[in-house]
Design a protein around this ligand. Structure first.
Ligand code: GAR
Length: 213
């Protein structure tokens, strides 16, 4: 069987990209990363891709007159590599409605808060400054609205009195690396549906009971 091709979009460090590579390497994820696209030429994530023997591309926003043209360039690369799923892994740019429509329900994003709390930039700082006692990580399907699509997976972590943005971010990151591969696996397994705002797994209680017997 040909393993499904994933395209990953990055802007920086690439630790979530690495978590996906590791999950594939260890057999947790039956997929292949076909291409890694960065909007930042100096993103350390690109070196991780190269080390894993995966094709990379750099698409800089400033090289395009409009966001649409930038989005189309990225979509073209993903199409060339025949990806079935696009994973945003620390990709720090907004993608337009046109891009989202190109890959319907087939773009995932990881965000370092329990959405819908603290969307956008600096989510860990927002959580700390708000004074919440619990924060976490969310994997969601990308829609045209920022950080607002159906939620595939979440994990919570405590916010401690002595936390700084850095210590909180590090605690959340551990969960990000756990839930992103799990969410990708669930997406690729198929059989799910979107009901309103909800990502619903197909397996019903009846099906689970019969698979146990
Ligand atoms: C991660 O914490 C990810 O959740 C966050 O950027 C970091 C990227 O780290 N993404 C966002 O804030 C998106 N709004 P990484 O490059 O090491 O995966």
């Amino acid at each position: 069987m040909i393993r499904p091709a994933i395209g990953v979009l990055v802007s920086g460090r690439g630790s979530n990209l690495q978590a996906l590579f590791d999950a594939i390497e260890s057999g947790v994820l039956d997929a292949r990363i076909a291409v890694v696209v960065s909007d930042q030429p100096s993103a350390p994530a690109l070196a991780r891709a190269t080390a894993a023997g995966v094709a990379t591309a750099v698409v800089e926003r400033r090289a395009f007159a409009s966001r649409d043209a930038f989005d189309r360039a990225i979509a073209g690369i993903l199409r060339q590599h025949e990806v079935v799923l696009v994973c945003l892994a620390g990709f720090m740019r907004l993608l337009g409605a046109g891009f989202v429509a190109e890959f319907p329900n087939a773009i995932l994003n990881i965000h370092p808060s329990l959405l819908p709390s603290f969307p956008g930039l600096d989510a860990q700082r927002q959580a700390l400054e708000h004074g919440v006692r619990v924060s976490g990580a969310t994997v969601h399907i990308v829609t045209a609205e920022l950080d607002a699509g159906p939620i595939v997976a979440q994990a919570a972590v405590p916010v401690l009195d002595e936390d700084t943005v850095e210590t909180l971010a590090a605690r959340i990151l551990v969960e990000e690396h756990r839930i992103y591969p799990a969410a990708v696996r669930a997406w690729l397994a198929g059989g799910w549906r979107i009901e309103g705002r909800r990502f619903v797994h197909a397996t019903t209680a009846d099906e689970m009971a019969s698979s146990r017997s």
